[in-house]
Design a protein around this ligand. Structure first.
Ligand code: PMP
Length: 498
């Protein structure tokens, strides 16, 4: 590690890690863990390469919008590069890719245009072309852009050759999406040692390469859906067409063997990588490992085998990879919770700490808190006594925002109320006045409405409208909503178990 001028300088130089718990005896099996890239995938490499190549060629002008069709990782890499370099980014993506990807892209400042899942990869590509032509955007063309392969020759393969300096790399195993990794790495490895075998994995139910059928194209060269394509689990692998980069790798004789991989094996091995090696990666990584183990079992002792692990597992929380990983405690965890006395959900909470006994000074402070509550409640048409980051308070804020209600929020735990624990004393006064110990507590026109649930119930039964109207508080009368939908899932009374 060193100092870097920008995050972009940290791309690449990913670690090669031995997988001893998986490898057959005396076979050296290694994984190249691309999750170490700053945005967590192999695609960071090509995102930077494509943008910098286009900057050099003049194809990309300062401030011009960049667009690309991507299953997610390319977009996330591009979003990082575009953020740092100041280009707006638009990504087209089929709706079937995980929602984590969409959110990450938007978080990084990109705009995401979804395309129907039924239109598959060819649809999201065609949409990117349409948008680029209509709006004058720079289209990255990752599926054919030579910069995508070249960066893997220059960096990924170079790193591998350096790691095996003085040794033989017998076999390198990868899947393919754009084929950039495949073409670039295979080309450079074979140039260094023609005996290095290149093994390419693909989904067993979508054998675009294994079928031997050529990629069909429309007039003008735009690919149409390959007849062997079927939807599969390995996001980022085999789109529904064979890309020009992949075709070129095949035509150049860079591929020695094709290995079909079942989706169930991909899931099993991704999970096993986490549990046995502590390596947290995505579905295509499990799939690549499946192919590498197939090779390893057939390899002589002493063989050096490398498999690519393209991305991090965090991109898959909403996908079948996390099927069965619950949010609530399972029976075993509940039993563990109940094996000691405190901090459980099935017994009363531990009593709150009592305030210190009141002296003369204390009485003066309490009077100050009482005055504050009385004056605030009398002066404000709508006031909420809240905690800054409490989820219930956030949900009430969301309701007020949706209804267009102006209100004052007294955030008892904020810096403004910390001197002499004013916030804590106000809270004690509120508890005494209302009989409610929870926060938030809402007052409208000087009257106590209650906490989050009472407020939400009052909206549901219509009585909140009456109170607002009686006090002349403006709100949007046309809004239809169930305030309980504003609570995060774990607080939702219909689903929460606590
Ligand atoms: N796995 C994942 C998770 C990916 O996002 C990608 C890229 N689409 C790949 C594998 C394949 O990489 P490449 O595009 O270089 O063939």
């Amino acid at each position: 590690m060193a100092r870097y001028d920008s995050i972009l300088d940290t791309i690449g130089r990913t670690p090669l890690v031995r997988l001893d718990t998986f490898a057959p005896p005396r076979v050296n099996l290694y994984a190249k863990v691309e999750a170490f890239n700053p945005m967590g995938s192999v695609k960071d490499r090509m995102a930077l390469a494509i943008i910098e190549q286009a900057e050099r060629s003049g194809e990309l002008r300062p401030g011009q919008t960049v667009i690309e069709a991507t299953s997610g990782n390319t977009g996330i890499g591009l979003a990082m590069v575009c953020a740092r370099k100041g280009y707006p980014l638009v990504v087209t993506m089929a709706e079937s890719f995980s929602v984590e990807r969409r959110k990450l892209l938007r978080y990084l400042g990109a705009r995401v245009v979804l395309t129907p899942a039924s239109e598959k990869g060819t649809g999201m590509l065609a949409k990117a072309i349409e948008l680029a032509e209509t709006h004058g955007y720079f289209l990255c063309r990752q599926f054919e852009n030579e910069a995508n392969a070249e960066v893997h020759s220059r960096t990924t393969a170079r790193e591998l050759l350096d790691d095996f300096r003085g040794e033989v790399l017998d076999c390198w195993v990868s899947g393919f999406g754009t084929g950039g990794t495949l073409k670039g790495v295979a080309h450079a490895l074979k140039q260094a040692d023609p005996a290095t075998r290149v093994v390419v994995a693909e989904p067993d139910n979508a054998r675009l390469l294994g079928s031997g059928l050529a990629q069909p194209r429309q007039a003008g060269g735009v690919p149409t859906s390959h007849p062997s394509f079927r939807p599969h689990l390995m996001q980022g692998w085999s789109p529904d067409f064979i890309s020009p980069l992949t075709e070129a790798a095949l035509a150049a004789g860079l591929v020695d063997e094709l290995v079909p991989v079942a989706g169930s094996e991909a899931l099993r091995l991704a999970r096993e990588l986490a549990r046995r090696e502590g390596i947290f990666v995505g579905t295509s990584s499990g799939a690549t490992l499946a192919a590498a183990l197939d090779v390893a079992r057939r390899s002589p002792p002493g063989s050096n085998i490398v498999c690519m692990l393209p991305d991090t597992g965090e991109r898959y929380l909403s996908t079948p990879l996390f099927e069965g990983i619950g949010e609530q405690m399972n029976d075993e965890e509940l039993a563990l919770s109940r094996s000691t006395l405190g901090y459980r959900f099935d017994t009363a909470p531990t009593a709150a700490r009592q305030p210190p006994a009141a002296g003369g000074e204390r009485a003066a402070l309490d009077a100050e808190a009482e005055r504050f509550v009385d004056e605030t409640v009398a002066a404000e048409p709508v006031v909420m006594f809240a905690l800054e980051w409490c989820e219930f308070c956030w949900s009430v804020r969301k309701l007020f925002a949706r209804l267009g209600i102006e209100y004052r929020s007294v955030d008892l735990d904020s810096v403004a109320y910390q001197a002499d624990d004013l916030g804590g004393r106000i809270r004690a006064v509120l508890a005494e006045r209302t009989g409610a110990r929870t926060i938030p507590q809402v007052f409208i026109g000087g009257e106590h409405v209650g906490g989050c649930s009472e407020l939400f119930d009052a909206w549901r039964d219509g009585s909140l409208r009456g109170r607002l109207e009686a006090r002349g508080v403006a709100y949007d009368r046309d809004i239809e909503l169930d305030p309980y939908d504003l609570l995060p899932g774990w607080l939702h009374p219909r689903t929460a178990t606590a």
